[in-house]
Design a binder for this molecule. Structure first.
Ligand code: PD2
Ligand code: ZN
Length: 292
């Protein structure tokens, strides 16, 4: 425990300054005595001033070295494949290829998750219903249009048709994540020039509008973007933090997970502009808990 300094702040400052400038304790003591201090008193002041300074320095060093405590704790996420990284996985009723697998960000590209017919049917189901896409409104809650997302979209209710129910069960088997933890399938159509600028799919819990979103099933922990057609040109899904571009290929699907709502997951991603033709995707967002 440091001795308390009972002298004036100016005296304390002078003792510290002289010491940090390299003057010896003896020189300081001599100077204090020359200025009328008793030797014992001068030694007490010097000891207290320097001990309190050491305490200050140690505390600030500890504070500087303390790990950033702003990282939210990790949450459980879907784990589609284990460490053996097979090249084919059996998902309910289909053999799905693993085209690549990455650890940070956690990204897995699946080949042939959907058949051509399933892709065509999903597009046919949605074509008449697509309206300009919205994003989650973090200030007010709910949703709002946004220039970062120029596509059009439609939500297909969970289990809404036998086709949707089958695809959802396949996804649940592939990702080992229950069907009821998934949001409604989100169908997106991008026309030439349309894009989805880089963003995170989780919501920032600090934003005022996050509460109603999080109340229904908790945080998003994973995304599966399924490509329903192969655009003539453009439309890759990109991960700018790591320079990864995943080509949109009909029937393939890119999965990524984020174990905390934080950029440290490196899951910043976007839909690059379509340069020719159109692009259709179906996104399944996965929650921590059942989502109604
Ligand atoms: O369409 C895409 O490639 C894309 C890119 C980024 C979709 C999403 N995000 C999404 O649906 O969250
Ligand atoms: Zn996204």
């Amino acid at each position: 425990m440091a001795t308390t300094f009972h002298g004036s702040p100016e005296l304390r400052h002078w003792i510290i300054q002289q010491t940090e400038a390299g003057h010896s304790p003896q020189a300081l003591l001599t100077e204090l005595i020359r200025n009328g201090y008793e030797e014992d008193q001068a030694i007490t002041f010097m000891t207290a001033a320097l001990e309190s300074r050491v305490t200050e320095l140690v505390s600030s060093k500890i504070a500087a070295e303390k790990p950033q405590d702003s990282l939210p704790p990790p949450i459980r996420v879907p784990q589609p494949i284990g460490t053996a990284w097979p090249s084919v996985v059996h998902a309910l009723d289909r053999e799905v290829n693993v085209l690549f697998s990455l650890t940070l960000p956690r990204v897995v590209l699946f080949g042939g998750l959907l058949s051509d017919d399933e892709c065509d049917e999903l597009i046919a189901l949605s074509r008449a219903h697509v309206t300009p896409s919205n994003v989650v409104d973090m200030e007010a809650g709910g949703e709002k249009p946004h220039q970062a997302r120029t596509s059009s979209g439609a939500a297909l209710a969970r289990g809404g048709t036998p086709l949707i129910a089958r695809i959802e069960e396949r996804i649940a088997a592939l990702l080992h994540w229950p069907v009821d933890h998934g949001e409604a399938l989100q169908i997106l159509r991008y026309e030439v020039g349309q894009e989805y600028k880089p963003h995170y799919d989780y919501v920032d819990p600090a934003q005022p509008g996050a509460a109603p979103f999080l109340a229904r099933g908790g945080q998003r922990v994973g995304s599966l973007v399924m490509y329903l057609n192969t655009p003539e040109d453009g439309g890759a899904t990109n991960f700018p933090d790591i320079g990864l571009e995943v080509a949109a290929v009909k029937g393939n699907a890119v999965f990524f997970s984020y174990d905390r709502p934080h950029p440290s997951t490196k899951t910043l991603h976007g839909g690059m502009p379509v340069r020719a033709g159109e692009k259709w995707v179906a996104t399944k967002w996965l929650r921590e808990r059942p989502h109604d």
